[in-house]
Design a binder for this molecule. Structure first.
Ligand code: SF4
Length: 387
């Protein structure tokens, strides 16, 4: 979502006649993150650095919307934009002002296009700062989403990722769309080769969604479903709305062929060694491959803002164990592909992703942005090696 927000500002400025420059620009935009204290500290550091070398600096994104002192005391050429994501690009572009010839179109330089369909969250997980900085859930009109997808495909993007904070809450009531219907309609966009969801809460992995994913040919067999913890007591303390049994049951129809990835918080206040062992076991039973392990970081304004009893070295050690288990699960999945063909979307020189979002290492001569049919010869620590 932060990528989408940053690109919205970039696009608006480019449309208004500005040019991007690596370093020596008049204006810098620092799009910030506040998911951990470390992310916030890095965001402030970037803003301070940019203030020394740019005439004007705009600080946007989640960090800018977090109440507190993080960005206070910065030089006068820094403008902190504490606005909703929908209003941010127009504010920055309006403040900078349009110059020269205004362009109608600007293409994002990524192979895949992230299309925002929903923002904000009306759940209230006890650790999470997102509802405070992004507001409650709201959805874009389906017509606008589908028009943007068609525009991105026309610009040459091969893959579209439907992006939201809590995608399963997507609703366009006036037009009669929910997420499954949006997936089917998006997948029917002429010329679209790949369609994915950014991530989805397990409660929204319904029969209707699974059918839409399976019956839409452009949809790739990959789903990112945050687990956060694989222990019921910790899930309850987190204020998550599911049990381990629900998580496993809802993913069961997908685990044979979909590549299932996830997020886990390690070192949550209620997590003891037994609870962490349950997380390792649940990840295995669910068939998860790539797991992003985040050390718990108390966020201001949340229910658990003042609780952080698990020592940093324990969080670090649990994170390392989870990452090692995730790496083993990835390698095991990649090994099953040896000798088989796949189609890889090359998104960097020599690298790309197969249909199920497994990483591949391919011939560096293949142009970035190409879809290339390859056969798996072997696996390495970094991905599947093409023959
Ligand atoms: S963790 Fe996800 S579902 Fe829970 S409040 Fe945060 S954004 Fe919403």
């Amino acid at each position: 979502m932060s990528h989408v927000d940053a690109h919205a500002v970039r696009e608006h400025l480019i449309r208004d006649g500005h040019t991007e420059s690596g370093g020596a620009a008049d204006v810098a935009v620092v799009n910030t993150c506040c998911v951990t204290q470390e992310a916030l500290a890095k965001s402030r550091k970037e803003a301070a650095r940019a203030a020394r070398t740019h005439r004007r600096v705009y600080v946007t994104g989640c960090g800018a919307n977090l109440a507190g002192e993080t960005f206070s005391g910065l030089p006068e050429n820094v403008v902190v934009v504490a606005k909703r994501s929908e209003e941010t690009s127009a504010f920055v572009a309006g403040d900078v002002g349009a110059i020269g010839c205004v362009r109608a179109e600007s293409r994002l330089d990524r192979v895949r296009a992230f299309v925002k369909v929903q923002d904000g969250c009306s759940f209230s997980c006890n650790f999470c700062v997102i509802p405070l900085v992004r507001g409650s859930s709201r959805s874009r009109e389906a017509g606008a989403v589908l028009a943007e997808i068609a525009r991105r495909v026309g610009q040459g993007h091969r893959e579209v990722v439907l992006t939201g904070i809590n995608l399963g809450c997507y609703r366009d009531r006036a037009a009669g769309y929910d997420l499954p219907r949006l997936v089917r309609a998006a997948g029917a966009t002429p010329g679209l080769e790949r369609l994915r969801l950014s991530s989805i809460e397990i409660n929204h992995v319904s029969d209707a969604l699974v059918s839409a994913l399976r019956e839409t040919p452009a949809v790739t067999p990959h789903l990112h479903v945050p687990l956060q913890s694989g222990d019921d007591r910790v899930l309850r303390a987190m204020g998550r709305r599911y049990t381990v049994a629900t998580y496993l049951r809802r993913l069961a129809p997908l685990r044979d062929d979909f590549n299932l990835t996830s997020d886990v918080i390690v070192g949550f206040p209620a997590e003891d060694e037994r609870a962490f062992a349950n997380t390792l076991r649940t990840a295995r039973e669910a068939g998860l491959t790539k797991i992003h392990a985040f050390p718990y970081s108390p966020r201001p304004g949340t229910v658990t803002a003042h609780e952080d009893p698990v020592p940093p070295d324990v969080k670090k050690e649990r994170g390392a164990r989870l990452r090692a288990a995730s790496h083993d699960a990835c390698i095991a999945r990649w090994r099953t592909k040896v000798g088989r063909d796949d189609v890889v979307l090359v998104d960097r020189p020599g690298r790309g992703y197969g249909a199920d979002y497994s990483p591949w290492l391919v011939d560096t001569a293949v142009a970035v942005g190409e879809l290339v049919r390859v056969r798996a010869a072997d696996v390495s620590e970094e991905g599947i090696l093409a023959a």
